[in-house]
Every structure is written in structure tokens, then in C-alpha cells.
Design a protein around this ligand. Structure first.
Ligand code: SF4
Length: 183
């Protein structure tokens, strides 16, 4: 997927992940695309304030990378946890449903820890992941569509019987729309 095919006005960055990786991890993304980025937390005020900061940035066309969850997140993150992650895992190219393969976007257990690698311990071959026919998750994840624009939304795709990944998790865009949006 090319960046010209992406229409994202701003990123709400995940607080739990940011506790570990720190806001500095987002600098390359921010410096390359100059899109408003705000780290958010999980209490209502930890979400509403970052959304308010994002809207201000978008309206004033003044993108910044802001830590909106400073009581838990630092610039450098948790260096001890980062060191453990680095020791145990290596980055690999991974295919994401709706987005295709993104270079170095996944983690794999390093060889020296292969005794703990479930993929090697359990004989199992997962079928290749395919995007369900008619599902617009890729376009939704990249800001090109909203869930009601998917022809399957609410008709055949619901949280009780999801067709695509955006409806499976309660955090998914389609599931959130289904629950909270009047459409
Ligand atoms: S409504 Fe269902 S099928 Fe449509 S984009 Fe969302 S998850 Fe995919």
C-alpha cells in the first residue's frame, strides 16, 4: 500500500505500548509524515484531552508529537523492558490483514530462545490469511472509508458474526461504530 492511498488526519498513539517504547519511538513516523500524533491513556480524561489536542492541531495545521499521558509515559520509555524485548525477539516482515506485508513490522523469537517458540513446539500449519471478500477493513484502517460505507456493515457483518478483523475486537473501528454510532 502506498502512502498516497492513506488518508489519516492524526494518530491517537496507544498508552500501554508507549509505556514501554516511549514517545521517541514515534519520532521517525512523525518526522516523515508530519501528521498530528498524541499519546492517549485509558481513563476518560486521558482519552478526551488527547483528542482535543489532536483536533486543535488539525484545525491549526500545526502538527506536533505530544505525550498526552505523561503520568505513565516518558520520552525514553522502559529501557529495561526494551532490552529484554531486543534480547528475545527480532523484527521480521509480517502480513497484516487489510494492509498487506509491512517490512519489519512484526516480532519473531530469536533462535537462541527457540525452545520457547510455540511455532516450533506445536505441529501446526496456519492457512494463509486472506482478506474476506467484500470487507473494506484495509480502506477503513487507512482512513479512506468509514464502516457504514462497507456494504457488509450491519447487514452480514456484526460483532456477533464478524466478517472482517475490524469487527472482531471490541477495539476495532467497525465494532466501535456498531456499538456507538447511529448509522
Ligand atoms: S463491516 Fe465487517 S466486512 Fe465491512 S469492513 Fe468492517 S469488518 Fe470488514
Amino acid at each position: 500500500m502506498q502512502t498516497k492511498d492513506v488518508k489519516i488526519d492524526g494518530f491517537i498513539l496507544p498508552g500501554h505500548v508507549s509505556v514501554i517504547i516511549g514517545t521517541k519511538a514515534y519520532l521517525p513516523l512523525f518526522e516523515k509524515y508530519k501528521i498530528p500524533c498524541v499519546v492517549a491513556g485509558f481513563e476518560p480524561s486521558d482519552i478526551l484531552q488527547p483528542i482535543s489536542i489532536l483536533v486543535e492541531q488539525i484545525e491549526s495545521s500545526a502538527p506536533e508529537l505530544i505525550n498526552g499521558y505523561p503520568r505513565a509515559v516518558t520520552f525514553d520509555g522502559n529501557k529495561k523492558a526494551q532490552k529484554i524485548m531486543e534480547d528475545v525477539f527480532e523484527t521480521v516482515d509480517v502480513a497484516w490483514r487489510g494492509l498487506g506485508v509491512i517490512p519489519k513490522s512484526g516480532l519473531r523469537i530469536r533462535k537462541k530462545f527457540s525452545a520457547f517458540d510455540a511455532e516450533k513446539m506445536i505441529e501446526f500449519s496456519a492457512p494463509e490469511s486472506k482478506d474476506p471478500r467484500g470487507c473494506a477493513c484495509g480502506e477503513i484502517l487507512t482512513g479512506l472509508k468509514i464502516p457504514p460505507e462497507c456494504p457488509l456493515y450491519k447487514k452480514v457483518c456484526t460483532p456477533m458474526d464478524p466478517v472482517g478483523p475490524c469487527m472482531v475486537s471490541s477495539e476495532g473501528t467497525c465494532a466501535a461504530y456498531y456499538r456507538y454510532h447511529n448509522s
